[in-house]
Write a protein that binds this ligand. Structure first.
Ligand code: OOG
Ligand code: NI
Length: 572
């Protein structure tokens, strides 16, 4: 029957497009933020199109290219967590990296996590946390576990579909649709129903809002569903204006600065990173011209006009404002990812209490994150990032109000903290700070047989090899903690257990019943694989030393199968 099986990645795209629809219906501000993002992305594309005549993107193409999403869910019980792992596996999404959120110092939260995504097509991801009930004192642990013990997030139907997929090796379209429906109608759905208001209050008052968000609800409601943007600073300025936090002068100043950066830095490497539907060869084939600063002014005029239309006046919608600063590296340092968010909304909830009474109240947890992704760092690059981050955190702690009071000064200080970090792909690769992907150029292939070096850097300089950076497809626990903290209005937590527990990747693997992919190994594997192939096609493999060749072959074992650059996701 295998001919009826539907492609898992195609169904993954369907799942996320349906989740996006569901979330848009649940949270009108999410839908509006997508509209603001589209307006910003359009301006970026128009600007890049002026520099590279021949480049343009229709709204449909923009939505397609910026259509990736990451979600976040928080889970209460280990057996639920294993079901979630099995559910995502049906959609070709496997656990990637272990994030111990209980061990990040003052920002700690009582959860451990992994992110489900596909190895070869990392288009969508779900950061999935598991509540560690032994983080709490025994009495609290007991109350939380008891409340969680009888809830049922996965219906029998959902379980049967997952089991069918596992035993038969695939699902037909009808079964896939049914399982997606289980996701949007139940597993990830916000119900507005909760249980045991007393426990909820006690957990919140004890500083454990995250535990309350997990233990008292009856689904793994999506906490946020994050689109990506082509220009973070443009988007945040536009959102702050739309929400009524910036006046038009502030919008013009900051959006103008953001677009000006794209005018200067929006080169072919920027395009390769952000416009995944184009190959590097297609990008390299575009002509390039100078663009004057007045183009930015024109585009800002258009942006302001569009944001002034009534449908994008978001100040009238219920909201709690926008975060004051962006998590991740400073603007202009193209590594890892930058994330920001509108703050968690206050939503109506009805609690059903153990004594049969109902409590009508509100809950504040779901927020509106956005992200922009850059190059994946090597361990050396990551160490450098961590150092710059720590330096900036130190400066921020000296004057926590600066971002709100004087954004330009705040941003300048952050840029200063990252001053030592190289800014161009060439330098980042040369210093071994990010992972690359290499391929022979036409000139290289034509010269194969007569090339006199196997030194990659020289081959790139000679135009025989083309180098790209690999994009970071994972998460940053420290940024995540910053997002948790700002949204929960709660900096971090301390364990109240008599003895603080240690959590490990092995523990989570045991719960999942499968290994967690180490993504550093995957990135290294992709790089090594591309290098091996490049040497092979240029006839240079024989130039490598035994040791070099065996190191590359060993690293290449970590390369996920079927890696492809083009993505076909369509999410509204
Ligand atoms: C998860 C936070 C992690 C991110 O983008 O770093 C995350 C949560 O809020 O439950 O989504
Ligand atoms: Ni997130």
């Amino acid at each position: 029957m295998s001919r009826d099986f539907v492609d898992r990645v195609e169904m993954q795209n369907r799942l996320f497009s349906e989740l996006s629809r569901m979330f848009g219906e649940e949270v009108p501000l999410y839908d509006k933020s997508l509209a603001v993002n589209l307006v910003c992305n359009r301006a970026v594309c128009a600007l890049v199109g002026r520099r590279f005549p021949g480049f343009s993107m229709s709204d449909e193409q923009i939505n397609l290219t910026s259509g990736e999403r990451h979600g976040a869910i928080r889970i209460g019980r280990p057996d639920e967590y294993r079901w979630i792992g099995r559910f995502f596996s049906v959609f070709a999404m496997e656990p990637h990296n272990f994030y111990d959120m209980a061990s990040i110092g003052a920002k700690s939260q009582p959860v451990i996590a992994t992110a489900f995504r596909s190895e070869a097509y990392p288009e969508h991801r779900v950061f999935s946390s598991l509540l560690m009930t032994d983080y709490f004192d025994e009495a609290t642990q007991e109350r939380v576990e008891t409340l969680l013990s009888d809830r049922c997030v996965f219906s029998d139907r959902a379980k049967a579909l997952i089991e069918k997929d596992e035993s038969e090796g695939g699902l037909n379209r009808e079964d896939f649709e049914a399982l997606i429906h289980e996701g949007t109608d139940r597993i990830f759905k916000w119900t507005g129903r909760a249980r045991d208001h007393q426990l909820y209050k006690d957990l919140c008052e004890g500083g454990f809002k995250i535990a309350a968000d997990i233990a008292c609800f009856d689904s793994h409601h999506l906490n946020h569903l994050t689109p990506n943007t082509f220009c973070m600073d443009l988007y945040t300025s536009a959102m702050k204006y739309a929400l009524g936090e910036y006046d038009e002068a502030a919008l013009r100043l900051r959006a103008g600065a953001a677009l000006e950066r794209i005018r200067v830095d929006g080169d072919r490497d920027y395009m390769t990173l952000h416009f995944k539907h184009l190959t590097r060869a297609e990008i390299d084939g575009l002509p390039e011209t100078d663009v004057s600063g007045s183009v930015v002014d024109e585009l800002i005029d258009g942006l302001v006009d569009r944001l002034n239309e009534p449908d994008l006046d978001l100040s009238k919608l219920d909201h709690a404002g926008f975060k004051d600063f962006t998590e991740g590296p400073a603007v202009g340092t193209p590594v890892l990812l930058r994330q920001d968010a509108y703050k968690a909304l206050t939503e109506a909830v009805v609690f059903h209490n153990p004594d049969g009474t109902e409590t009508r109240t509100v809950h504040t947890a779901r927020f509106g994150e956005i992200e922009q992704r850059f190059y994946a760092t090597t361990p050396k690059g990551r160490a450098m990032y961590d150092q710059c981050l720590a330096e900036h955190e130190e400066a921020r702690s000296q004057d926590p109000g600066l971002a709100k009071r004087d954004f330009e000064a705040y941003q300048a200080a952050q840029i200063q903290a990252y001053a030592t970090f190289p800014k161009t792909l060439g330098e980042l690769l040369e210093q071994g700070l990010v992972y690359g992907r290499y391929e022979p150029t036409d000139a290289g292939l034509a010269a194969a047989g007569s090339i006199q070096t196997s030194d990659l850097r020289t081959l790139v300089q000679q135009g025989y090899v083309r180098a790209d950076g690999l994009r970071y497809e994972d998460f940053l626990p420290f940024s995540a903690a910053g997002i948790f903290a700002s949204n929960l209005n709660q900096y971090g937590t301390t364990s109240t257990a008599r003895q603080r527990k240690e959590y490990s990747q092995e523990m989570l693997e045991e719960i999942l019943g499968k290994p967690i992919v180490d993504t550093d190994r995957s990135y290294r594997g992709m790089e090594a694989q591309s290098v091996l192939k490049t040497y092979e096609r240029l006839g240079l493999t024989g130039w490598l030393s035994e040791a070099e060749l065996s190191r590359l072959k060993k690293d290449a074992e970590g390369c996920p199968v079927g890696v492809s650059r083009r993505s076909t996701a369509l999410v509204k």
